[in-house]
Design a protein around this ligand. Structure first.
Ligand code: NAP
Length: 266
């Protein structure tokens, strides 16, 4: 499988590292094109992939072309490679907020996959939601599923609007969790725990609770209940969260992210 990356930054590197780790392809079948020559040199050194500073040369080398530049660089890339992609080549975009319609228009190409991964993909714990145009064959969908699955969990959807919704949940979600962990660490330090210990307790509590919830056959409300004895410490803390309507705050934050995802998509 020949894969070309246009953009070899954080996400591009996470994807190429994942497909190589899973043995889905070999370094000589991967081409990375990027504006940043220092970045390219580093990728060559770390992964021994073919590097190029020329997007047109790069797309000619791939069966699958992965667009992994920032949203603000997409137009210049589309102006360069639009009309140059062969019908049998597959374009996979991970660019936030860029709709299939705008990619189709800009690239003059129909076989398109739009995916929304998240940063834990960098350690193989990503969550990616993706969709594809009708021109993508079942065989190509299986291939795309294996590429995205190399970065963690992948979920295919037929409705593109789910991608914008997923952007507000799993795409931006790691930042919400980081914010919560940061606050928990600050609070731990404020009541007297040493910072290193505060960090260890907060991080392990979040990962442990998430894994416990995933493996348990109980619902989240029930799991919460099992930690909460009447008149106990958890009950006191939850009362504070409820008084300030934590749940409503989360809903407002997600709604703002979703609104922005739709705005960006035009
Ligand atoms: N990070 C996330 O959580 C996340 C999650 C889901 C999706 N995404 C999407 O993933 C995409 C990439 O994000 P990232 O964090 O990996 O960005 P990044 O680290 O900035 O990587 C993008 C790379 O593309 C290069 N580039 C810019 N213009 C180019 C051009 N015309 N041709 C070739 N290469 C070009 C950049 O070089 P310069 O630095 O020199 O400009 C940079 O090395 C974004 O569209 C984002 O929406 C990110």
């Amino acid at each position: 499988m020949k894969i070309t990356f246009i953009g070899g930054g954080n996400m591009g590197q996470a994807m190429l590292s994942a497909v190589l780790n899973k043995g889905l392809t070999t370094p000589e079948n991967i081409t990375v094109s990027d504006k940043n020559s220092a970045r390219l040199k580093q990728l060559k050194q770390d992964f021994d992939v073919y590097i190029s500073g020329n997007n047109l040369e790069a797309i000619a080398r791939g069966d699958i072309i992965i667009l992994a530049v920032k949203p603000q660089n997409l137009d210049e890339v589309m102006n360069e490679i639009g009309r140059q992609i062969k019908p049998e080549q597959l374009v996979l975009s991970i660019i936030a907020g860029k709709s299939i319609a705008s990619l189709r228009r800009g690239l003059k190409h129909d076989a398109i996959v739009r995916a929304m991964p998240n940063t834990p993909a960098q350690i193989g714990q990503g969550m990616t939601v993706w969709t594809a145009t009708d021109e993508i064959t079942e065989g190509q969908k299986t291939t795309v599923g294996s590429i995205l699955g190399a970065m963690g969990k992948e979920v295919y959807v037929t409705n593109e609007s789910y991608i914008d919704m997923a952007t507000a949940i799993s795409g931006s979600g790691p930042a919400y969790v980081f914010l919560f962990m940061e606050s928990l660490i600050d609070a731990a330090v404020e009541i007297g725990l040493p910072p290193e210990m505060a960090r260890e307790l907060a991080l392990h509590t979040v990962t442990g609770a998430a894994e416990y919830a995933r493996r348990s056959d109980k619902g989240l409300a029930q799991l919460k209940q099992t930690v909460t004895s009447p008149g106990g410490t958890t009950a006191e803390a939850l009362k504070v969260f409820e008084r300030r309507d934590f749940s409503r705050l989360v809903k407002k934050a997600v709604a703002a992210a979703y609104r922005r995802a739709k705005e960006l998509g035009g």
